[in-house]
Design a protein around this ligand. Structure first.
Ligand SMILES: Nc1ncnc2c1ncn2[C@@H]1O[C@H](COP(=O)(O)OP(=O)(O)OP(=O)(O)O)[C@@H](O)[C@H]1O
Ligand SMILES: Cc1ncc(CO)c(N)n1
Length: 274
């Protein structure tokens, strides 16, 4: 079994299982890579929002990272919620000297509107972590903060992806269109070409954890050795199916659900035709 591929997520938690570490591990399992996790912050949250956050100490995050990296080096790494500057600097130091594909989901604000990152960290993620990234996967509000201009349409999203690569130093960037109007179109720029990933938009509020799930698929596929554009294509197809079958669980925004699609049940949500 020496050709087993493993992936590591470094992120915060969601005890209701729809976002963060829990969502990432479910995706890794679905994509048939061995999933591992390092927790940065423990988050009391659910489908309604974030109630409280407790950060783990830098020392303890470092111990977790060493435990994994010295024992089972992964073929793909992703980071999600990294709330503080010190956490970012530690992670940069640990990842900088590896050649492992690295996906950054620059989680700043939860869908509920709750902040998941300190203000000062927004500059540090841009300056310290993004230059190390194989792929960065911002949503529109996150991309706006990273590039410092407003994104109103696909042309702006394209410009933002180019700035993240050419000026900020990532190998590739996908600006996700979930927050724009119309079809759900994500734009990938890899330093050479633009690729557009276009799919149906579903009329549902059950989209908790879509960003985590999408970036975890990309990480799993990079771990298997896929090209960036192919990994993103698989991520897009997966998240579209998982949103179509997302679950009316909880009192707020329910989680995505890929096995619903796999089992070919009746779709839970209709395509948004407007
Ligand atoms: N209603 C929808 N129907 C279909 N696809 C969607 C919908 N909303 C988002 N997507 C897709 O889901 C993926 C994640 O995009 P989104 O912009 O929602 O991420 P996000 O805001 O980072 O998510 P979160 O913060 O909840 O984890 C993208 O591929 C996007 O195009
Ligand atoms: C821990 C965590 N990471 C990311 C998100 C993004 O939605 C969330 N809600 N919680």
């Amino acid at each position: 079994m020496s050709n087993i591929k493993s992936a590591l997520t470094i992120a915060g938690t969601d005890p209701t299982g729809g976002a963060g570490i829990q969502a990432d591990l479910k995706v890794f399992q679905e994509r048939e890579v061995y999933g591992m996790s390092v927790i940065t912050s423990v988050v009391a949250q659910n489908t309604l929002g974030v109630q409280e956050v407790q950060h783990l100490s830098i020392d303890f995050i470092e111990k977790q990272l060493d435990a994994v990296l010295k024992d089972i080096p992964p073929q793909g790494i992703k980071t999600g919620m990294i709330a503080t500057v010190d956490m970012m600097k530690l992670i940069a130091r640990k990842i900088a000297n590896t050649n492992i594909p690295y996906v950054i989901d620059p989680v700043m604000v939860a869908k509920s509107g709750d902040s998941l990152m300190e203000e000062e960290s927004r500059r540090v993620i841009r300056d310290v972590l993004i230059p190390l990234a194989t792929v960065v996967t911002p949503n529109v509000p996150e991309a706006e903060i990273l590039v410092d201009f407003a994104i109103k349409d696909q042309e702006d999203a394209k410009k933002a992806a180019k700035v993240i690569v050419d000026d900020l130093g990532a190998q590739a960037a996908v600006v996700k269109g979930g927050h724009l109007q119309g079809e759900a179109i994500d734009v990938l720029y890899d330093g050479g070409e633009y690729y557009y990933f276009k799919d149906a938009r579903f009329d549902t509020k059950h989209t908790h954890g879509t960003g985590c799930t999408f970036s975890a698929v990309i990480t799993a596929e990079l771990a298997k050795g896929k090209l960036i554009k192919d990994a993103v294509a698989i991520g897009k197809e997966y998240i579209t199916d998982a949103i179509q079958y997302s679950l009316e669980l909880g009192k707020g925004n329910g989680p995505t659900n890929h096995w619903g699609y796999r089992l070919k049940g009746v779709p839970n949500h209709e395509e948004d035709m407007e």
